[in-house]
Design a protein around this ligand. Structure first.
Ligand SMILES: [Zn+2]
Length: 339
């Protein structure tokens, strides 16, 4: 099969267009003809050789993918069915899996990372349990743009932060895949969104997705927020970390929840505990989310209440340019590779 092959760790140039043997589905696995795969920051970490991920080379990136079923175990579906693939691989036997928290499985891994070869190739072998049928109204490109970001954002705003109708949600990094998902999902829960980004162009796109207010992040940090939400915000949705973190905690109203799924600007942050106890704040972490929460979301894409946000698509032969696009942070929404 043709694939975007990682033969050595490094920059975008480490992604080579080439040939690999076709994957052979093992027990419990289905073979998918990939029609679209989406990049996540996770792929950049794996590509650079982040020691947190033990990856054998050659490797294929991209845990987010959609395509047609070809063979292997089909999990009750049929060859030719259109599917997206849930990116998290769980054992379905440990205590966490039995309690519906398969994202906390003791052997949890992600396709395209430690979970095996991903979807930046013509074919991919995936666990049959991870197949989710997609409605005809959802294109392969849009379907591939959904799983990791929408699942994570939904888990964060729903199960973790318990966002309620009428609450105010501050969405940091609104132009990222997970941020664009959060704007829509907060709206689905009836909340008012204040979107934060460092570019006016990206804030306009955030308003188009339903953000009621926007805040341009400049030299004064989050100071303009005092006018937009004088009593504080109920939920801070963030994946940036670093120097802004103390300001984000201070931005919370009494009873507020800060929920985070990343630390792109730094993984160490100061936390003033006086705010945490006086205002009964909660700081919550998310590691993707349980697979069933992803299945819950798919009907909303068929009905049009949710929209996958695709920034740009690249043919498989230009996977390297796709990496450069995500790395540049110029994108709004998902960067998609089409085999
Ligand atoms: Zn498990």
């Amino acid at each position: 099969m043709r694939a975007a092959v990682l033969r050595a760790f490094g920059g975008p140039e480490a992604v080579e267009f080439g040939e690999l043997p076709d994957p052979v589905p093992g027990p419990g696995q289905a073979l998918v003809r990939v029609r679209a795969a989406a990049l996540n920051h996770l792929d950049l970490h794996v590509r650079r050789g982040n020691p947190a991920y033990k990856i054998a080379l050659p490797h294929v990136l991209c845990g987010d993918m959609a395509g047609e079923l070809v063979g292997g175990e089909l999990g009750g579906l049929e060859a030719g069915d259109r599917v997206l693939v849930a990116p998290g691989v769980s054992c379905w036997e440990c205590a966490a899996c039995m309690n519906g928290r398969d994202n906390l499985c003791r052997t949890y891994s992600i396709l395209g990372a430690e979970g095996g070869w991903g979807g930046a190739a013509e074919l991919c072998a995936v666990p049959a349990k991870n197949l989710i049928p997609i409605p005809a109204a959802l294109s392969f490109e849009a379907a591939a743009a959904v799983p990791l970001t929408f699942l994570t954002a939904w888990h964060m705003l729903g199960a973790l932060a318990g966002t309620r109708e009428g609450e105010t949600v501050l969405v940091m990094g609104a132009s990222s895949g997970v941020g664009a998902a959060a704007i829509q999902l907060a709206g689905l829960r009836g909340a008012r969104v204040i979107a934060v980004s460092s570019s006016e162009e990206k804030l306009a796109a955030a308003r188009a997705l339903g953000a009621a207010e926007t805040l341009l992040l400049g030299a004064s940090g989050l100071k303009p927020l005092r006018k937009l939400a004088p009593g504080g915000v109920d939920v801070v949705f963030e994946h940036v970390g670093g120097a802004l973190f103390p300001e984000l905690v201070r931005a919370l109203a009494p009873g507020g929840r800060l929920v985070t799924c990343g630390a792109t600007a730094g993984h160490e942050a100061a936390l003033d505990l006086r705010f945490v106890f006086f205002k009964e704040l909660a700081v919550l972490g998310a590691k993707m989310g349980p697979q069933r929460e992803l299945r819950e979301l798919i009907p909303h894409f068929a009905s049009g209440r949710l929209k996958a946000v695709v920034d740009k698509t690249f043919p498989l032969a230009e996977a390297r340019a796709a990496h450069e696009r995500l790395e540049s942070r110029r994108q709004f929404g998902k960067v998609v590779i089409v085999p």
